[in-house]
Ligand binder design. Sequence first.
Ligand SMILES: N[C@@H](CCC(=O)N[C@@H](CS)C(=O)NCC(=O)O)C(=O)O
Length: 219
Amino acid sequence: MMKLYGVLLSPYVTRVLLAIRHKGLDIPLVPPPGGGLKSPEYLAINPYGKMPALEADGTAIIESEVICEFLDERFPEIRILPGSDLDRARARIISRAADLYILPALLGLLGQMNPATRDARLVGEKLAELKRGRDGLETFITGPWCMGDQFTLADCAMVPACFFLEKFLPAFGGIDMFADHPRMGAVWRHAQNDPMVATLLKEMNGALDDFMRRRAANG
Ligand SMILES: N[C@@H](CCC(=O)N[C@@H](CS)C(=O)NCC(=O)O)C(=O)O
């Protein structure tokens, strides 16, 4: 029996959910126990207090990339890692580049959403970082999925990254992350037309709308 701890508003959690759903696995998503990520109960599962964490046969597995790779080894019938060593390396590069060069810059911008309290220098730095991340990724992506015809670990990382880029970047001055990056743009369009991905994106949109409503209600 396995369960995944986390919520839909995390790109790291939804990366793992994409792997789970692509593989057709029955692993429920449950909120971190004990009232949150820093509760003693959850810290006993993930000492870093971050989501996601997978509980598998009584063992806690943390880090979204490690969880995805574990699931691919445990359930190899439908693989998310490609067959050749070179393709596996490229899929991991895309996933790692999203982790290192896209998501931290994007998460850094989330603290700058309010124009009234915005740090213009920080925003400029994060946007430049994002552009470098995106330019690099474009050179590794093939299309229609990141690695060609097969949905892989790389798409598990890219889909949530594209979702959050599309949602939050317009607040920082109409930057279109996809316009002059045809491969990344094509992967994002292709992903949105895939029924499994579209279902998850709908759930993510619902969770984001709820979050925004709650935030507005609380001032
Ligand atoms: N490298 C980790 C990153 C996980 C991560 O940063 N998750 C965020 C949610 S998007 C989190 O739990 N943040 C809470 C915190 O850092 O206190 C992974 O890939 O799983």
